[in-house]
Design a protein. Structure first.
Length: 175
């Protein structure tokens, strides 16, 4: 009797093990492939950036990279923790294009991009002109916001985390 019960549980255990190994592995592969479909707004690495300028509601902060470290160059004598700088820079570089809303938009004001609330200009070693990301109003759902890269005629949706990150960063400066 004990051998039968032991054999029964051994078969159940083997079937569960096979299920986990086969089906759960497929789910992990599907999750990884869906993450690979995310398209970054800026296809640049943090190492390529020489400087960043952020303007939010007439408040301006300029960062410059010297070697591997960042320094606030405007406002003068401002101090910010390295963790906050790194977090802010990674949130800008890693922002994801959720959706393209409109190609060749006629009315930027409806997206809050005619006079954007936030402008993030990124200066690269390889380009003479900065790449400027303009951040506008929230979308009607409220979980994303309108954005566009200056010079590219396309309105996109990005996550509101970027606004939170910019606000947190800019709140450290008093002007």
């Amino acid at each position: 009797m004990n051998v039968r019960r032991l054999g029964f549980w051994a078969i159940i255990f083997c079937l569960l093990l096979l299920y986990v190994l086969f089906f759960e592995q497929q789910k992990t592969e599907e999750e990884n492939s869906s993450k690979e479909n995310l398209i970054k707004v800026l296809s640049i690495a943090p190492e390529e950036i020489n400087g960043i300028q952020v303007i939010q509601n007439n408040k301006k902060v300029t960062l410059t990279r010297k070697g591997k470290s960042w320094k606030v160059t405007f406002p003068p004598d401002a101090q910010v923790k390295d963790e906050l700088l790194e977090s802010f820079i990674s949130s800008v570089v890693d922002v994801v294009n959720i959706n393209v809303i409109e190609e060749n938009p006629v009315n930027l004001a409806q997206y809050g991009l005619e006079h954007p609330e936030i402008k993030v200009s990124i200066f690269l070693e390889t380009k003479s002109k900065p790449i400027t990301l303009l951040i506008g109003k929230d979308s009607p759902a409220g979980v994303s916001m309108y954005a566009m890269i200056k010079g590219e005629n396309r309105v996109i949706l990005v996550g509101t985390y970027l606004r939170f990150s910019v606000k947190t960063f800019m709140d450290k400066f008093q002007q």
